[in-house]
Design a protein around this ligand. Structure first.
Ligand code: FAD
Length: 435
């Protein structure tokens, strides 16, 4: 029999914090005690190939922190493991659930999952509310004059800025006393989940926000040998930092940095309107490109053994740390789909399996940018010269030497493909597909 007292459940997904949280702020006003719930989704966990996946450990550590805070007010975070639909059936039969809230998620898998859960809640007479919280503007908030989604970034960003009101950046306090009193319950260990801990996770709390980096961002953002970017991607991905808090700071501190946050929203918007872009080129003619099947080249790229230091340092940084500098991401991605002519989807999947800040919208969006097939992508005939990129952005070889200890010795590989020849081949192959 369900417990008598009706409750409101907030289902945490990619919003793992208790401060400046729009949806929780509203949830505590539902009039019902709020039960916070997190589900370790077996469908997602089982698909992860690496048992030391940093993201699982990062989430696990954050759940511990949420539990600790909630326990100080006599509540707790309820953590379940399983397939979301099964877990929800169990929750609905064990408790008297009046309403449920979530932060809206725009990824295709999440949308499909949520659709199934919404039907289940509806069948059970449970009211559901989903709101935006992980972006400032979502879905069709920003449209062209003709009422269509933007395809080009610059006018989108202009409209985004024009649209921005103080109320969009409001901070939302959460009244912790409105949470349901609960006996403390254990968190499944990483081992129970089938994972092992890692030793080099990013800090659990993004604060203090790196104001100096943000202020100097324009000058340092392209230099992978320096600590010139914020590394806040993982906190935006898992909601351990409120996007409103970051935009409030960026707006006054540095417009160049704010622009990057708008790129993030642009790609979220594109993914919402093009869920098929996870598998297909947004511009369909790009799916006519005849890609090379070359497992040796792909392996060399994955392992950082191409003989091009900017590509290799980037790939080794990714493999060793779960992070890769943006400049190296651009060069490595361009190298895969232009020099090696390997399908961007393979590279996208490889990044997805390794990046701690993996974000479906940004990853697919940037890979389609690199391949030329996305909205507002790099033109197909623009082919980065990886040697020139090295000279411009890592002239003193700080980045290369950090991740390629054998660089400059005979142990470092010769280029697996010659730049000029690869460039000609790519231009020819793209031209034939797009004519
Ligand atoms: P900063 O440079 O400090 O920027 C601050 C924040 O702005 C980032 O954390 C991110 O949220 C956002 N941002 C910055 N640049 C971009 C961009 N080009 N597109 C979208 N958002 C941006 N970013 C991801 O968050 N997840 C991904 O899976 C991802 N995959 C990428 C794949 C490729 C091929 C490329 C070229 C870029 C990818 N990016 C991705 C974008 C960018 O490389 C990272 O956001 C950035 O390197 C993260 O480092 P940072 O947090 O120090 O960013």
């Amino acid at each position: 029999m369900p417990d008598e007292q009706p409750v409101h459940i907030h289902w945490f997904r990619r919003d793992l914090r208790l401060t400046d949280h729009r949806v929780l702020h509203q949830a505590v006003r539902s009039g019902y005690p709020v039960v916070p719930l997190f589900i370790f989704d077996r469908d997602i966990l089982d698909r992860l190939e690496n048992r030391t996946d940093r993201r699982v450990h990062f989430i696990h550590r954050q759940l511990q922190r949420l539990k600790k805070t909630l326990q100080t007010v006599g509540s707790d975070l309820v953590v379940k493991t399983g397939r979301p639909e099964g877990v929800w059936r169990e929750v609905l039969s064990a408790s008297n659930v009046a309403s449920v809230s979530v932060v809206r998620d725009y990824e295709p898998y999440a949308r499909e999952r949520d659709q199934a859960i919404w039907s289940l809640l509806k069948e059970n007479g449970v009211r559901l509310s989903g709101y935006k919280d992980q972006v400032i503007f979502e879905r069709s908030d920003i449209l062209t004059k003709a009422g269509d989604p933007f395809k080009v970034f610059t006018p989108y960003a202009k409209q985004w800025r024009r649209h921005l009101q103080e109320s969009d950046l409001e901070s939302f306090d959460v009244d912790l006393s409105a949470f349901q009193k609960l006996d403390p319950s254990p968190l499944p260990s990483l081992d129970d989940l089938g994972f092992r801990p890692v030793s080099d996770l990013p800090a659990a709390d993004p604060r203090p926000l790196p104001l100096d980096i943000i202020k100097g961002y324009r000058e340092t953002r392209d230099l992978p040998g320096q600590s010139g970017t914020t590394r806040l991607g993982v906190h935006l991905r898992f909601g351990t930092l409120s996007i409103r808090e970051l935009v409030r700071l960026a707006r006054t501190a540095n417009p160049t940095f704010l622009n990057e946050l708008v790129w993030r929203e642009f790609f979220q918007m594109v993914l919402w309107h093009h869920p098929e872009s996870v598998h297909r080129a947004i511009r369909p003619e790009y799916d006519r490109i005849e890609w090379e099947e070359n497992p040796d080249h792909f392996q060399a790229w994955c392992e950082g053994q191409t003989g091009y230091p900017m590509v290799d340092a980037g790939m080794r940084e990714l493999n060793e740390t779960g992070f890769m500098h943006n400049r190296a991401r651009m060069v490595a991605a361009g190298f895969l789909c232009k020099h090696l002519l390997i399908d961007w989807r393979k590279g996208e999947r490889y990044f997805a399996s390794r990046l701690i800040d993996f974000e479906c919208a940004s990853n697919v969006g940037n890979w389609q940018w690199a391949a030329g097939s996305g909205h507002d992508a790099a033109p197909w005939f623009r082919i980065f010269n990886p040697i020139r990129q090295q000279e411009r952005f890592d002239p003193d070889l700080h980045y290369a030497r950090k991740f390629l200890p054998e660089y400059g010795t005979t142990a470092y590989p010769e280029p697996i493909i010659e730049h000029a020849k690869a460039r000609e081949r790519a231009l020819d192959r793209y031209r034939r597909a797009l004519k």
